[in-house]
Design a protein around this ligand. Structure first.
Ligand SMILES: Cc1cc2nc3c(=O)[nH]c(=O)nc-3n(C[C@H](O)[C@H](O)[C@H](O)COP(=O)(O)OP(=O)(O)OC[C@H]3O[C@@H](n4cnc5c(N)ncnc54)[C@H](O)[C@@H]3O)c2cc1C
Ligand code: FES
Length: 263
């Protein structure tokens, strides 16, 4: 028998754009890292931590994905990007008053749980971690947060950060693998959230397994469509003991770290 659709509850359908938004600020915060602020109520009202936007860069065919790093009360949001190639080089030229064309929010999101969380962002992986910290602050969840970069970085303040710089210019000196075991012991965390280069995520995943801690990782994969259609970002993971293929752009970018098959 047909169900009365009026009585069913559907999740809200969120439009993904494309949107044209005003550039509010584009500022260098470290050697080759910038913070880009755009005005978009669609993102500030709908984006969850771990989700990303894909920006059209000049006349390049493929949009470039960047994690939402923070939202502000005035309907603006921030991205933190590292200059890599043509697309990100183009972004450095954007000035306040220019516009940016993007789609989003894309992908899934971190599961916010009050399990004495330890948040870890390394390199530009700090972007989704800062947004996760903002959402945990809003929910009154206490957390510890490691911000690991090569050198010091000019960021908006976040609660309870532990800075880790390779050159020792801010906070602890060294890399994640030099300090993670001590930090796990000191904090007694039951859940780690991490985004960063693969070696850091592999190290954290192994440490989590060793100590019986849950871990969510934000994967990065070179993307083509960024919307789940082309299968260009497929990665193999395990689920219930079986190998399965998942799209990083649509099924991810957030996955249970214990399920990742690291290459
Ligand atoms: C879900 C997701 C979220 C991301 N969030 C951020 C972020 O918050 N901040 C940030 O700085 N970067 C982020 N990235 C990486 C960012 O998308 C790439 O650095 C960017 O697309 C490079 O574009 P480009 O045109 O400057 O360089 P290109 O000229 O396209 O590429 C230069 C080099 O970078 C490599 N590359 C291209 N795209 C990616 C990619 N997606 N991941 C890894 N390497 C890539 C290429 O293989 C090439 O060697 C994210 C990527 C994904 C998939
Ligand atoms: S990039 Fe096309 S399916 Fe993910």
């Amino acid at each position: 028998m047909m169900q009365n659709v009026q009585n069913q509850s559907f999740p809200p359908v969120i439009k993904k754009g494309p949107y044209t938004s005003e550039v509010i600020e584009n500022r260098k915060i470290s050697e080759d890292i910038y913070i880009l602020k755009l005005r978009s109520p669609e993102i500030t009202q709908n984006a969850l931590p771990g989700q990303f936007v894909s920006i059209k860069c000049k006349d390049l065919l493929l949009r470039r994905p960047f994690s939402v790093a923070k939202v502000y009360d005035d309907d603006t949001f921030a991205l933190i990007y590292k200059v890599i190639g043509e697309g990100t080089q183009f972004l450095t030229g954007l000035k306040p008053g220019n516009t940016a064309d993007f789609i989003g929010p894309m992908g899934n999101s971190f599961t916010i749980e009050d399990k004495n969380p330890l948040l870890i962002g390394c390199g530009v992986g700090i972007a989704p971690i800062i947004y996760l910290a903002q959402k945990m602050d809003e929910k009154g969840i206490k957390y510890n947060c490691i911000i690991g970069t090569r050198t010091s970085i000019d960021l908006d303040p976040i609660s309870n950060p532990c800075f880790l710089t390779e050159d020792g210019t801010c906070g602890l000196k060294g890399r994640l693998d030099h300090h993670l075991e001590d930090i796990i012991a000191q904090t007694g965390t039951k859940k780690i959230y991490i985004c960063g280069p693969n070696p850091a995520m592999i190290y954290a995943t192994r440490a989590a397994k060793k100590h019986g801690i849950e871990i969510e990782v934000a994967l990065e994969k070179v993307m083509a469509c960024g919307t789940g259609v082309c299968m260009g970002c497929v990665t193999e993971i395990t689920e219930n003991g079986e190998k399965v293929q998942r799209r990083v752009c649509r099924d991810g970018p957030i996955f249970n770290g214990a399920n990742i098959i690291w290459e």
